[in-house]
Design a protein around this ligand. Structure first.
Ligand SMILES: Cc1cc2nc3c(=O)[nH]c(=O)nc-3n(C[C@H](O)[C@H](O)[C@H](O)COP(=O)(O)O)c2cc1C
Ligand code: SF4
Length: 480
């Protein structure tokens, strides 16, 4: 009997350590593995492929004695069986820090392939895959790599953006905690492709488990990726430090303030040297792409959104967790079929996709396919693909206020539309909520939003109008 229990932060927070200890106290060996991503079932116990969950320590004896009812085979659970897991292929199955497990599941094949085919062919493969940046902007990864490869400079860097500040997102954390060698391999491939011998993983301090796993994995795999060297850097947890130039300032030991572009980080990035800044999920997709080919990856997806996206379903939802699927699935399928509707059992009133800068969308928009272009056409954002679900008790005027206040608190202060506009925006929404000069203040808020949208230096100030104005557009009754 092999008992597997995740040591992912969510499983631990739900009591997985106590459950593992109860099995071991009963003389049963336990393997601590990565998480399947079915967070509503944590602590999830996997015994020879059959699942039990959520399990508490006092149920362990019944499970051992065959008296507990199971969830059936985990691989057949609809939440798992309907996914296309490329990046999360090992999730739930392997021990995060086991090089043996990693080797046994296609580990290091991508790096070997890259070294065999050469740097330019590696870049060409990433271009052919159509892989776009998973951090938010959706910029083609291969084009960025090509720019860095062609840039002059004897020192180049790979920076992995693991700041993961968006609400409802946790896929980067799951990669780092559950499959850290995959990320290191992706970074080493990037380093090989562009001629960079040094990589940094910038992780927020709120991710202690991810930091520990990455540091351990870097030590264990140093000889495999040499001469490429990877180091972890811990950020203090400012949302704006996820913005790439702000992140670079923070990495250099400076205040996390956004830099004006140009110059692009690809040409003048960390310490003024050509630098790839890529999200965890972007780099984590690369080993699969190199192993299976760019065309195999591009065969998944819709339109110009190629491949799969690890979607994170959270908020007031019945089945919260990580769901990896090809682009093109509709929002309604994700929220209602996969997510199972709200945890409260009340009707879904809206979802926010893409973190705090994403639009609030009503069920009338649930036909939207997950696709960068389709979302942009609806004034919405795929971003890092976090979905926050709200039921019909949500007050959308308060949510608009929250979005504006978030910007006011997190603004780096460099440009006026964001620094001052967000504070004036909160005051204006407060007036509307108080019922004072509502129509005039709504017009003022629309005007202010236009100024922030077009006048801000980065997307923090530039995209905050999207949640604010979408709340007013789709839920006008909450403002009047
Ligand atoms: C305010 C703000 C916060 C951001 N936070 C993150 C983040 O936490 N993680 C991330 O990968 N990208 C974040 N981004 C996007 C990055 O600036 C950048 O586009 C990304 O790291 C590039 O990697 P990619 O091409 O692989 O997505 C943020 C952007 C803005 C404007
Ligand atoms: S938009 Fe906001 S966060 Fe971005 S540079 Fe301007 S002040 Fe800084």
């Amino acid at each position: 009997m092999t008992v597997r229990i995740s040591d992912d932060a969510v499983a631990i927070a739900c009591g997985a350590d106590a459950v593992a200890a109860a099995f071991m106290a009963a003389g049963v060996a336990v393997e601590r593995v990565s998480s399947w991503g079915m967070q509503w079932l944590e602590p999830l116990v996997d015994i020879d492929g059959v699942g039990f969950g959520p399990v508490s320590a006092d149920q362990v004896a019944d499970i051992i004695n065959g008296k507990a009812s199971s969830l059936g085979r985990i691989a057949d659970h609809p939440f798992i069986a309907t996914q296309t897991r490329l990046t999360f292929a090992r999730a739930g199955k392997t021990r995060p820090l086991s090089l043996d497990d990693y080797y046994a599941t296609e580990g290091w094949l991508g790096l070997a392939k890259a070294r065999e085919m050469g740097a330019q062919a590696t870049i060409d493969t990433v271009i052919a895959s159509g892989l776009r940046g998973r951090g938010g902007a959706g910029f083609p990864a291969g084009i960025k790599w090509q720019t860095v490869a062609r840039a002059n400079g004897n020192q180049k860097y790979i920076v992995c953006n693991a700041d993961e500040g968006d609400s409802a997102t946790f896929a980067d954390r799951m990669v780092m905690e559950g499959d850290p060698f995959m990320l290191i391999e992706g970074m080493a491939i990037a380093g090989f492709a562009v001629g960079a011998n040094k990589g940094y993983v910038y992780i927020r301090s709120e991710y202690p488990h991810a930091i520990a796993k990455m540091e351990a994995a870097i030590k264990l795999s140093a000889h495999l990726v040499a001469p490429f060297v990877v180091e972890v850097r811990v950020g203090a947890g400012a949302y704006v430090c996820g913005e790439e130039t702000s992140l670079l300032n923070s990495l250099e030991g400076k205040r996390g303030e956004v830099r004006a572009k140009p110059p692009l980080p690809a040409l003048e990035g960390l310490f003024g040297k050509p630098t790839i800044v890529n999200n965890v999920l972007t780099l984590a997709a690369v080993p699969w792409i190199l192993t299976h080919g760019g065309d195999a990856y591009a065969a998944y997806g819709a339109g110009r959104s190629k491949g799969t996206m690890p979607i994170q379903i959270a908020g007031n939802v019945k089945h919260g967790g990580l769901y990896e699927v090809a682009f093109g699935i509709t929002l309604g399928e994700l929220v209602n079929d996969i997510g199972g509707g709200t945890a409260s059992g009340r009707p879904v009133r809206c979802v926010q996709v893409g973190g705090p800068l994403g639009a609030y969308l009503p069920p009338a928009q649930f036909h939207l396919p997950l696709d960068y272009e389709a979302f942009a056409a609806a004034d919405a954002l795929v971003g890092h693909a976090g979905i926050t679900v709200f039921d019909d008790t949500v007050d959308m005027a308060q949510m608009a206020r929250f979005a504006m206040e978030f910007c006011a608190i997190e603004s780096c202060g460099k440009c006026t539309p964001c620094r001052l506009g967000s504070t004036r925006g909160v005051e204006t929404i407060d007036q509307i909520i108080a019922g004072k000069n509502v129509e005039a203040n709504l017009a003022l808020l629309a005007d202010l939003s236009e100024t922030m949208k077009f006048g801000s230096l980065c997307a923090l100030g530039g995209f905050t109008p999207y949640p604010v104005m979408s709340a007013i557009k789709h839920f006008p009754e909450d403002f009047r």
